[in-house]
Every structure is written in structure tokens, then in C-alpha cells.
Design a protein around this ligand. Structure first.
Ligand code: 5GP
Ligand code: ZN
Length: 152
């Protein structure tokens, strides 16, 4: 949720989608994660995978979230394969605040032909604004080591 959403008491749109209180069709849902198509796809396939419980962004994660992140990533790979895409040629990642627009953690699963060169750049992993699972895990490990070091 953004600060504006909080001030206006606007609920989180992705929580509403996961709860089924919007017309958005869920592609997948279990107790921990849900998947649905992006409203403004950047490519032939553009799915969002979110935690069922509200988690704000990559900035609020800890190493305890790694199993959840791995599960989201694996579901993304499965959905890409089901749609005939090679996961190695696809773009799975998270926009890093302030480069995100929705404050409910979401994994972008982007496969097939991209709609524009700008979208290619926006969903290019290795950039400071778009992080893949490996980068995120490394960052979380680093954060944990720094916190452990500070406690010594
Ligand atoms: P971000 O910019 O935070 O990385 O990505 C947010 C994504 O959520 C965008 O790709 C945007 O198109 C998508 N999105 C925003 N609002 C909705 C919505 O109400 N329904 C769906 N299905 N996608 C949304
Ligand atoms: Zn939410």
C-alpha cells in the first residue's frame, strides 16, 4: 500500500485480487501464493505471482522469506513452461522500490515477445530497478550477515 492509499483508506489492490473481491481471474492459488495476469502486459505472457499474506516489497523481506520466494519462482517457471516459453529466455523479477508501483510484493513472470524496447529495459534483470531471485537471495544473505555482525 502507498502512503496515499493509507491516507485515503484505500485497500491494497493485490490483497483484494487474492481475496477474490475483484473481477480478476486467478490462474493459481494455494495457502501461500496466488497468480494472475498483469492488467497491462509487457509481453505475450505477463503473470504476477504474489504472496497471499500482504508483504510490502523486496525491502521488507528477510532470509525467512526465501522458501516463499523460491516457491513463487518455481510457480513462475511452471506457468511459463505450460505456456510454451523457455524460462531461460524469460524475465522473472521484482521491481525494487522506488521503481515499483504496487506495494504488495509481486514476482513478474514475463515470457515471449516483448511489447516495446522500453519494456525490455524495464524488465531487464541485473539492473538496479529489477532483481531476479538469485540477486534477491544474495541481498538478503548480505543483510542478515550485516545484522549478525552489528549484534556482535
Ligand atoms: P510494479 O510496477 O509494481 O513492478 O508492477 C505492478 C504491476 O501491477 C504492473 O505491471 C501493473 O500493470 C499491474 N497492475 C496494477 N494494477 C493492477 C490490477 O488492478 N490488476 C492487475 N491484474 N494488474 C495490475
Ligand atoms: Zn496487499
Amino acid at each position: 500500500m502507498t502512503i496515499i492509499d493509507k491516507i485515503l483508506c484505500r485497500p491494497c489492490i493485490f490483497c483484494a485480487i487474492v481475496e477474490g473481491s475483484t473481477p480478476t481471474t486467478l490462474i493459481y492459488k494455494d495457502d501461500e501464493i496466488a497468480a494472475f495476469n498483469d492488467i497491462n502486459p509487457a509481453a505475450e505472457t505477463h503473470i504476477l505471482i504474489v504472496p497471499v499474506d500482504h508483504v510490502k516489497s523486496v525491502k521488507t523481506l528477510t532470509t525467512d522469506h526465501i522458501p516463499l520466494l523460491e516457491k513463487m519462482h518455481q510457480k513462475g517457471i511452471d506457468l511459463l513452461k505450460e505456456r510454451g516459453h523457455d524460462p531461460e529466455q524469460s524475465r522473472l523479477g521484482f521491481h525494487v522500490p522506488p521503481f515499483n508501483t504496487v506495494d504488495h510484493l509481486h514476482l513478474h513472470v514475463v515470457g515471449g515477445a516483448m511489447k516495446s524496447n522500453f519494456r525490455k529495459l524495464k524488465y531487464e534483470t541485473g539492473r538496479m530497478w529489477y532483481m531476479d531471485l538469485t540477486q534477491l537471495q544474495a541481498n538478503l544473505d548480505k543483510k542478515r550477515r550485516l545484522q549478525e555482525g552489528a549484534r556482535l
